[in-house]
Design a protein around this ligand. Structure first.
Ligand code: NAD
Length: 356
């Protein structure tokens, strides 16, 4: 299996393979860039069809985390880990303990958090073997409630603020009253986001493969449920992808009749060129790793024991970062994802220059 010649290899600092026969662990940790701080990123468990697929995923995801941290303005680098296995049948305490020992070998250069396939209990098992795990402790939030380390509400708040910035930029409106929004995925982030949008007066169209979640959104927010295929054809103001990645491709972009795309899902563009296609079509795209950074900011503040009110201010600042990106995109006539990549890379280069 080639690493350095892989098309997704991008000057990653470390790519480490972990194996434990007794525990059935086959895992990879990738650290893309740690110039700005230790590399924090989720641990994903997925039944990859091949080792090459797992490597591809971890290389791409860890790079995305570097860009996300740089533009979120937190002193963190970008990393990610993947466990090859089916979360529905291959989970065990031994497996996660072995993963914990693997994470610990990097002595804090990589900090594991939650990602697809893992829950907080799994992370807690990893944390029995390594202190370098984030998002598992309980804390008191700004309302005085004790809540788990789940960063999803902060992610939803960031997306909500990002939508407001996009609506201001594209539609020149300061309020969301009457704005038509479609949401794909009503999970941890999507459902919370739906509530914030509903409270702000937006009208909602939703879809989820879990029909119970759709029913809840209909009852609680007066949302209209549509099927997944229909969602791409809806004439609404804002489309919020909050489920899986790679959904913006030649086919879906051809169908879209929206003015703005702003949602939480990671890696929404199938390829970078699809950002240019959206730009050419006049659709304002809020780059995913910028708008969905609220959870990362939340984890960073929590790990550093900072007050909840400061987290909120920092998350709300995502709107300002996006406004800068939108302005530069319009000034240079370049796609927003390209502008965001340039801005993030400039922060690494600045940091490299300072370090050398
Ligand atoms: P989740 O698993 O809680 O929710 C995803 C929802 O999407 C589920 O309700 C699921 O039923 C639904 N879904 C799955 N496939 C679908 C499909 N084909 N059509 C419609 N709905 C579908 O995940 P989450 O934590 O809410 O995260 C959502 C997205 O945001 C993911 O891409 C995640 O990587 C990204 N993200 C999440 C966070 C966070 O803090 N949780 C942070 C950054 C990015």
């Amino acid at each position: 299996m080639s690493v350095f010649s892989s098309p997704d290899f991008d000057q990653h600092e470390n790519v480490v393979f972990g194996y434990d026969q007794d525990a059935g662990l086959r895992a990879i940790i990738a650290i893309h860039n740690s110039q700005l701080g230790p590399a924090l990123g989720g641990c994903r468990m997925y039944p990859y069809a091949s080792e090459q697929d797992a490597l591809r995923d971890v290389l791409r995801l860890s790079k995305g985390m570097s860009y996300k941290a740089a533009l979120a303005g937190v002193a963190l680098g970008g990393g990610k880990s993947v466990i090859m296995g089916d979360p529905r049948k291959d989970k065990s305490r031994h497996l996660f303990e072995a993963m914990g020992r693997f994470v610990d070998t990097l002595s804090g250069k990589y900090i594991a958090a939650q990602d697809m396939g893992l829950n907080v209990q799994d992370l807690e098992q990893i944390a029995t073997q390594s202190e370098y795990v984030s998002g598992i402790r309980h804390r008191v939030d700004e309302l005085g409630n004790l809540r788990a380390g789940d960063p999803s509400p902060a992610t939803a708040l960031g997306v909500f603020c990002g939508i407001k910035a996009a609506v201001k930029s594209k539609l020149n409106r300061n309020e969301l009253e009457g704005i038509r929004v479609s949401i794909q995925g009503l999970g941890h982030v999507g459902y919370h986001l739906a509530r914030l949008l509903h409270e702000a007066g937006a009208r909602l169209w939703v879809t989820d493969i879990d029909k119970a979640r759709e029913s809840d959104a209909i009852r609680e927010f007066g949302a209209i449920a549509v099927n997944v295929g229909e969602l791409y054809h809806l004439e609404v103001d804002v489309f919020c992808p909050c489920a899986m990645g790679a959904i913006l491709d030649d086919q879906t972009i051809a169908c879209l009749q929206v003015k703005i795309i702003a949602g939480a899902a990671n890696n929404q563009l199938l390829e970078s060129k699809h950002g240019a296609d959206l730009h050419d079509k006049g659709i304002l795209y809020a780059p995913d790793y910028v708008i969905n950074a609220g959870g990362l900011i939340d984890l960073f503040y929590f790990d550093h024991g900072k007050p909840a009110a400061d987290v909120k201010n920092h998350v709300e600042n995502i709107a300002n970062t996006l406004a800068d990106i939108f302005m530069a995109s319009s000034r240079k006539n370049l796609a927003t994802n390209i502008i965001a990549d340039e801005m993030a890379a400039a922060r690494f280069q600045f940091s490299y220059a300072q370090a050398s």
